[in-house]
Design a protein around this ligand. Structure first.
Ligand SMILES: Cc1ncc(COP(=O)(O)O)c(C=O)c1O
Length: 386
């Protein structure tokens, strides 16, 4: 039977300790309940604690939804047919205003953004140079593009400079592609240096700020805001599914690129647009996010505290953000470690290949602003005991 092949592959995945399942959880603020047991949630990207804050949700429903009757739960059409609406215009105008940019364009998700933008903008005469650790969605976008691709070692900008100096003149357009905060390592790309390289070699810079939106910068606009580089990055990608506690994504770019993407980007054109209620919620939450400086400061403080403690216990870690990996190595050891923490009320999952390179399976502690120092101290006590 042809299905045998898939059963065999699944067996291999199981034997390799890489088998994945879908878990049904219920979130209560910073905690969640899984199979009847309560845990502290250290595996979400709800960096500002908004996603499970019922007060914020209830006030949105009360003030913006009930008795308003000006929208429903679906657009039932792509944006290019009848799915575009005032809710998109409101959100995109607001984003462009926040970033003081010519334009913003909203997508259904970060995945849609990353698989669509680079293929739309590149031809076989162009070159994409990407950091080796960029997110799977960017890799998939690169695979869909006709451009030539070269990847540089993670955050090795000397290697990037070498590639640019040797290869730039062979290509019409060159795109340098990076994340700002890397999703699995929590370290931060040197955007200043990247801007200077892209200027020197007349390239475009594409920076995915998925994990920095809400977290970095005075108003939470990302590392680009923190370093005062907003106007110098050609494509700033942000997602709404993490700190903004919604669904969708955006790019900040100039008008020409926006118009081009509307005409050419397949993952924008050939998909049903976001529901109006979702766009309204994103718009509502963004107004809160830009004012949540106290939460950002607290998150920064607990992240530094936790990372330093982990390193002082002799564990391997890296980065300088709210994403704190504890590198374990082998899959089976990583699974055991995560099970020990789960037994002690901490919801942490092993991150394994292919999400991270072979031999670097890890616990990825994803801190959120509603966690307090005594909860961090409790985790440190558990790590010490282990
Ligand atoms: C860096 C990065 N970009 C893009 C995405 C995809 O975003 P979305 O979840 O909105 O599809 C993710 C998701 O984890 C991510 O980590």
């Amino acid at each position: 039977m042809p299905v045998k092949r898939y059963e065999k592959d699944l067996e291999k995945i199981i034997n390799n300790n890489s088998y994945r399942i879908l878990r049904e959880t219920v979130k209560y603020g910073k905690n969640l309940v899984y199979q009847g047991k309560k845990y502290l949630n250290l595996s979400s990207n709800d960096y500002l604690g908004i996603s499970s804050d019922f007060e914020i949700w209830n006030s949105f429903i009360k003030n913006k939804i009930i008795n308003k009757n000006n929208f429903t739960g679906s657009n039932s059409s792509s944006r290019l047919l009848t799915g575009n609406s005032e809710h998109y215009t409101q959100l995109e105008d607001y984003l462009a205003g926040l970033y003081k940019s010519e334009a913003a364009l909203v997508f259904n998700s970060g995945y849609h953004a990353n698989i669509g933008i680079l293929p739309a903008l590149t031809t076989k005469n162009d070159l994409i140079i990407n950091d080796k650790f960029v997110h799977a969605s960017i890799i998939d976008g690169i695979r869909l593009s006709e451009a030539k691709v070269i990847c540089y070692r993670h955050n090795d900008l000397e290697q990037l400079a070498e590639i640019l100096s040797k290869k730039r003149h062979f290509y019409e357009n060159v795109f340098i592609v990076t994340e700002s905060i890397f999703s699995m390592d929590g370290d931060i790309a040197d955007l200043k240096k990247l801007v200077s390289l892209k200027n020197k070699y007349t390239a475009f810079l594409y920076a995915d700020e998925a994990h920095a939106i809400g977290v970095m910068g005075n108003r939470g606009l990302g590392v680009c805001e923190e370093l005062n580089l907003v106007s110098q990055i050609d494509f700033i990608i942000g997602t709404f599914g993490k700190a903004v506690a919604s669904q969708g994504a955006f790019v900040i770019c100039n008008n020409v690129f926006r118009n081009y993407l509307v005409n050419k980007m397949r993952s924008l054109i050939f998909t049903t647009s976001l529901p109006p209620i979702n766009l309204e919620w994103t718009y509502y939450v963004l107004h809160l996010v830009i004012k949540m400086q106290d939460q950002r400061n607290h998150l920064k403080h607990i992240s530094e505290y936790f990372r330093n403690k982990i390193l002082s216990l002799g564990f391997e870690s890296n980065g300088s953000s709210q994403i704190i990996p504890l590198i374990v190595g082998e899959n089976s050891k990583c699974i055991k470690f995560s099970e020990y923490l789960q037994d002690n009320g901490i919801f942490i999952l092993p991150v394994r290949p292919p999400t991270v390179p072979e031999g670097t399976s890890r616990l990825r502690f994803s801190l959120t602003a509603n966690i307090n120092i005594s909860e961090i101290d409790n985790i440190i006590r558990l790590l010490k005991k282990y």
